[in-house]
Design a protein around this ligand. Structure first.
Ligand SMILES: [Fe+2]
Length: 214
C-alpha cells in the first residue's frame, strides 16, 4: 500500500493567535496551503510503491534523488508542521536554560538573536523560511532557506525554531510589511518551550526530536 500522510491538526485553535495572526490567515495557511502540500505529496507517493514510511525519510530521499516535485511538496508539508509547533498562543518571556546560554554565546544576547533573526527574515529575497538550528555540540546559528528547503536534509543541522516568510504567512494581516510580522513572531509568538526541547534533543543524541505524525 502506498505511503500516505494526514494533515496534522493545529496544536491550538485557529483563533488562538489573534490579534497577532488572524483566524482567517491560520485557516487559509493550514487548511488550504498546508493541506495542499500534503495532498500533492500523497498523490506523488501513490505512484511510488516503495516510498519510506515517514515524512522525514520521504523528504531526504526526494532530495537525494533530485525529485524536485516530491521534495517541494513533502518538505513544505514537514516545514509547516514544524512551524505550527514553533508558535505559542501563550505569552512566553523568552528562552531559558541551555538554549538561552547558547543564544548568548552565538549572538551576544537574546536581543542580539532577535535582531539578527529579524534582519535575516527581512532581507530574505522572495519565499522561504528563517531557521534557528543547532549542531550536535549545541552551537546554534540562523539560516534562511529558499522555497521548500529544510534543514532536515543536512545531518549537521537540527531545527529548533522556524518562521515562515512566504507572503501567505502574513499578507492578509500585515500586507507587505514582513518586518512587522517578524517582530510579532519574535516578541509574542515564538514557542521557546518547543525550541528548548528541540535543543536538548539535538545535544543528546542527534535524532530528530520533532517527528511528523505518521
Ligand atoms: Fe506557509
Amino acid at each position: 500500500m502506498a505511503t500516505t500522510f494526514k494533515l496534522p491538526d493545529l496544536p491550538f485553535p485557529s483563533n488562538a493567535l489573534e490579534p497577532s495572526i488572524s483566524r482567517t490567515t491560520m485557516e487559509t495557511h493550514h487548511g488550504k496551503h498546508h493541506a495542499a502540500y500534503i495532498k500533492k505529496t500523497n498523490e506523488i507517493l501513490a505512484e511510488k510503491p516503495n516510498a519510506p514510511a515517514t515524512l522525514e525519510e520521504v523528504v531526504r530521499l526526494a532530495k537525494s534523488e533530485g525529485d524536485k516535485k516530491l521534495f517541494n511538496n513533502a518538505a513544505q508539508a514537514w516545514n509547516h508542521a514544524f512551524f505550527w509547533n514553533s508558535l505559542s498562543p501563550e505569552a512566553q518571556s523568552g528562552p531559558t536554560g541551555g538554549l538561552k546560554a547558547a543564544l548568548e554565546r552565538a549572538f551576544k544576547s537574546v536581543d542580539g538573536f532577535r535582531d539578527e533573526f529579524a534582519a535575516k527574515g527581512a532581507n530574505h529575497f522572495a519565499s522561504g523560511w528563517v531557521w534557528l538550528v543547532s549542531d550536535d555540540s549545541g552551537v546554534v546559528k540562523l539560516v534562511d532557506l529558499h522555497d521548500a528547503d529544510t534543514p532536515i536534509t543536512d545531518a549537521s543541522q537540527k531545527p529548533l525554531l522556524v518562521c515562515d516568510v512566504w507572503e501567505h504567512a502574513y499578507y492578509l494581516d500585515y500586507k507587505n510589511d514582513r518586518g512587522a510580522f517578524l517582530k510579532v513572531f519574535l516578541e509574542k509568538l515564538a514557542n521557546w518551550r518547543f525550541a528548548e526541547a528541540q535543543y536538548e534533543a539535538a545535544r543528546s543524541g542527534g535524532s530528530d526530536a520533532y517527528r511528523f505524525p505518521s
